[in-house]
Design a protein around this ligand. Sequence first.
Ligand code: GTQ
Ligand code: FE2
Length: 325
Amino acid sequence: MAVQTTRTVEELEAYCARLRAAGLDAPWSRPGPLIPPKPTATQARHWRWRDIEPLLFESSEYLSPHRGAERRVLRLHNPGVPERTVAHSLVLAIQYLLPGEVAPAHRHSPTAIRFMLHGEGAFTTVDGQKCAMKPGDLVLTPGMAWHDHGNEGGKPVYWMDILDWQIVRFLENLTFEPYPDEQQPALRSPGRDIYFPWTDAYAALLKRAEQAPDPFDDVLLEYVDPASGSSLRPTVACYLQLLRPGSRTRAHRETSTAVYRVVRGRGTTTVDDQTFEWEPGDFFVIPPRARHAHANLGTEPAVLFTAQDVPLLKLLRLYRMEPAD
Ligand code: GTQ
Ligand code: FE2
């Protein structure tokens, strides 16, 4: 409500009605500040693999991948996020395929990044490049690249999908197109710009661990495009993180959002007033501006995979980091 007015409330309402009819709005006609503070939709949350696993296996009793439904995935659902995704900016899903199953070829504007979790014989074909996915391998599916998946092994397989779908949706640029056939032909071996084998990434992480640790992340290594050296996508960056045995990082806050998968080891992550005690297979999410610190409680190195919307925040000049001990 305006502070100073020579008009009555009824006159203001009539004026607002005329504004509406003209396609206009006066934000000062409603109570509250011009830019109201908004709590983050994304809440700090921890998912235990032992809770997820039986539900994932059961999902094959309800659905086979087919045209229309497209993918057998379970998404991490952050209760604060209306779109039922892990965070306001990112999607994290676990995709499960039985032996012989195929997830039909399609393409869409959001980017997907796959991190292989379990099993043998999984593949994804990205624009004619067939990638065999072994546990720990990362495959990038840039927006509008044709892709289909399959399981050529004898046992179930699963991997995780990270998508920038929420960002693309917010910008109202979601597009989706089925491929004319179930699968696209495999034409060539995968390029180094989309396929990041575990053996290479892990070796690079161990090498980085020989250098001085980072006070806030201990050992953090980003996956980068080999030609340009830049983040995998303008929207999302992926990293492997190693916490050395007994290490305890300094606390900090960042304006970006981070989702984590525990690859190996045990430890804790404190996010504001919660402490998550994680073990292999678990997931957790750190919302924007939350104070967070990690610790490895074990005698073995802990390894985490993390995807973060840092590059987008940087592009928008919104990325900030501050120590919070
Ligand atoms: O595997 O192509 O988790 O299109 C969500 C949308 C996976 C996929 C997801 C997708 C895919
Ligand atoms: Fe897809």
